[in-house]
Write a protein that binds this ligand. Structure first.
Ligand SMILES: [Zn+2]
Length: 195
């Protein structure tokens, strides 16, 4: 019963593509609060099968599992905040020099043009267009050189990514979700193919 308290609800866009993960509390609050608001209205479309929240007066509430917005949110032209996590997702956890895939904790980020050579302002060196995922070994080898100076070729030109469902804060939870005893197994039909 205690586990129900931390349950998450998958929020889908009006076209049923995954949009966000929210708490069950938020799902209930939004579904009530925005009931007459066409922009923010959400509808709960599935509940956890065996989870209940004990309310006052012996009332039990079902826990939202999946909800959907009424309005379609065009999120694909929304740019993403630069972060290590989003960077590794953009580069598919693959070192952009040797092409090998690594776990997140074995990856680093490389300034393509090193900070020391970035003109006019070093502070601007950390941005989507000048950062690439690199494994520890390649990053060490490249050191404070440009790819040309180090004679190392980038597999892809770094680009600014736009929002897609694969950037949902799900990556860490996915193995649990896909395991056979997960409560959120019901999410799979909505998220499969987006990761
Ligand atoms: Zn590498």
């Amino acid at each position: 019963m205690n586990k129900a308290e931390n349950s998450k609800c998958l929020l889908l866009n009006a076209d049923y593509s995954p949009l966000r993960i929210i708490s069950w509390q938020k799902a209930i609050i939004w579904s009530i609060k925005y009931d007459n608001n066409p922009t923010f209205k959400i509808e709960i479309i599935e509940y956890y099968k065996d989870k209940y929240i004990q309310g006052t007066n012996d009332k039990q509430f079902k826990v939202p599992l999946v909800a959907k917005t009424q309005k379609y949110f065009n999120i694909h032209n929304r740019s993403l905040k630069f972060s290590r996590k989003n960077l590794f997702i953009r580069d598919d956890h693959t070192c952009q020099y040797c092409g090998i895939r690594f776990n997140q904790n074995e990856l680093t980020y490389d300034h393509v043009i090193p900070k020391s050579q970035f003109h006019p302002d070093k502070k601007n060196a950390t941005n989507w267009l000048n950062i690439a995922t690199a494994c520890v070994k390649c990053n060490r080898k490249k050191s404070n050189k440009t790819p040309e100076q180090a004679n190392m070729k980038l597999l892809n030109i770094p680009k600014k990514p736009f929002y897609e469902p694969r950037y949902l804060p799900l990556a860490k939870e996915l193995p649990t979700i896909y395991s056979s005893d997960s409560d959120q197994k019901e999410w799979i039909k909505y998220i499969d193919g987006y990761f």
